[in-house]
Write a protein that binds this ligand. Structure first.
Ligand SMILES: [Mn+2]
Length: 198
């Protein structure tokens, strides 16, 4: 009987307080509470399309700005995902997808490599999206890639609607997480690296 790919994380600093729980082998059920409705909407997208069950309860110093809260959410969720992945035996590891959203097309390539890296080729057409400074979204993805220890390349190929551009980034990451973290039955005990460790 394999250990369940479930992890819980709690982080409290002077800026934010975040609880999160992930179940990699879920079906996309989620309960997200954050002080920023737009980021709640984005985290629901991640869960829904990755099939990772995600519970998040977050409060933060959003009276200063949303920066700390969004960055720390990325960090906490990424850390929980990394812990839940155990030794990563059997995972597909690599995933790549291009996601259309009306006029927008965004691509993601993912390697569950154990080596954090974010390439972010996304220019957001508006200064603010959902009441949030649009430059902060990159910090979410950077923090997530760092704590999840994944190599993530995201490129917005084209698109004019700022909501679509950023939402497509979250959705395409979700699809790559779904594909990259899924366990292949025929290789389910084998760690997908010639090093034998990820
Ligand atoms: Mn939307």
């Amino acid at each position: 009987m394999k250990k369940k790919r479930i992890s819980e994380n709690f982080r409290k600093t002077s800026e934010t307080e975040i609880y999160c729980r992930v179940n990699i082998d879920g079906n996309g059920q989620n309960k997200i509470v954050t002080p920023i409705p737009f980021i709640t909407h984005m985290l629901e997208q991640i869960s829904k399309h990755s099939y990772i069950d995600l519970d998040v309860k977050c409060s933060g110093d959003v009276e200063i700005d949303a920066h700390h809260t969004i960055e720390d959410l990325g960090w906490c969720i990424g850390q929980a995902v990394n812990e839940a992945l155990l030794n990563k035996a059997g995972i597909n590891r690599f995933a790549s997808f291009s996601l259309p959203m009306d006029e927008t097309l965004t691509s993601c390539s993912l390697d569950v490599s154990g080596r954090p890296w974010l390439e972010w080729k996304v220019i957001l057409p508006n200064e603010k999206i959902g009441g949030v400074d649009s430059e902060i979204f990159q910090e979410f993805f950077r923090a997530f890639s760092q704590s999840a220890k994944m190599t993530i390349h995201i490129e917005n190929n084209y698109g004019s609607n700022a909501h679509h551009v950023i939402e497509s980034c979250f959705k395409v990451l979700a699809i790559c997480l779904r594909n990259g973290l899924t366990i292949m039955q025929r290789n389910s005990n084998i760690i997908p690296s010639t090093k034998g460790v990820i």
